[in-house]
Design a protein around this ligand. Structure first.
Ligand code: AMP
Length: 228
């Protein structure tokens, strides 16, 4: 049983889910003039919705809530809040997933209050219904049990954060401080129940080395957490 329930999402699934989401929006008769991607998770779905709904106008607002994979920060904030004159425009605000719902709600409220749009609706590929405080106007998949979705656009970021967490918890729990490459991969598979592939493990370890989070001992061929 993995420690963090995680599902690896493929690019093909993202295209498929975005296509279905576009169909739901079309069937409802909503015709957005402008799509607003909530950065960073909403970028790819928003771009695909532009394609599938024939929308030329794409803007973005950035919010920060989950600074680390599968670890929520207390409060969602808008990082760069600017004003835009969207009078007369029907806006669709798009994110990848509605988890607590704070992010999409914050973006929607900001746009409604500051951009003078004609209408604003919200859309997400997924909606985690038991935990979300906010239900998007449109969603494709309802998720009934919380799980971390490992989207293709955060694969490297999630992988290095997960490896770092695994190493630091293993140290706290059993004093394990040295890891061979094979142990990292095996541990990752067990802890998260997914396999992101050799390229991502290698790059994730490189990022952790660059950031000074781990060191490498070439004679022992092992990685070590710097704090330990
Ligand atoms: P929230 O404000 O909790 O609705 O979520 C903010 C953002 O964090 C989402 O737009 C995603 O990019 C990311 N996120 C939150 N929960 C998850 C999850 N369970 N799986 C993957 N990404 C998530």
């Amino acid at each position: 049983m993995p420690r963090v329930r995680t599902k690896l999402v493929s690019w093909d699934e993202i295209v498929d889910w975005s296509m279905h989401l576009a169909d739901i929006i079309k069937r409802d008769g909503y015709r957005p003039d402008l799509i607003v991607a909530v950065a960073r998770g909403g970028y790819v779905p928003a771009r695909l919705l532009c394609d599938f709904l024939s929308v030329e106008n794409l803007a973005s607002v950035q919010s920060q809530h989950w600074t680390e994979a599968a670890k929520v920060e207390e409060k969602a904030i808008l990082k760069f809040s600017y004003r835009l004159n969207a009078s007369g425009l029907n806006i669709l605000v798009v994110d990848d997933i509605v988890d607590t719902g704070d992010t999409l709600k914050l973006a929607r409220d900001h746009i409604e209050a500051n951009w003078s749009p004609k209408t604003v609706k919200t859309a997400a590929l997924q909606w985690i219904s038991p935990v979300a405080k906010f239900k998007p106007d449109y969603y494709y998949l309802e998720v009934k049990e919380w799980i971390w979705f490992q989207y293709p656009w955060t694969r490297l970021e999630d992988t290095y954060q997960f490896i770092k967490r695994m190493m630091s918890e293993a140290y706290k729990e059993m004093g394990k401080s040295e890891w061979t490459n094979e142990e990292v991969v095996k541990g990752f598979n067990e802890w998260y129940g997914i396999d992101v592939g050799e390229t991502y493990y290698r790059r994730a370890l490189d990022v952790l080395l660059e950031k000074g989070v781990i060191t490498y001992d070439p004679s022992r061929k092992t990685y070590k957490l710097v704090a330990t």
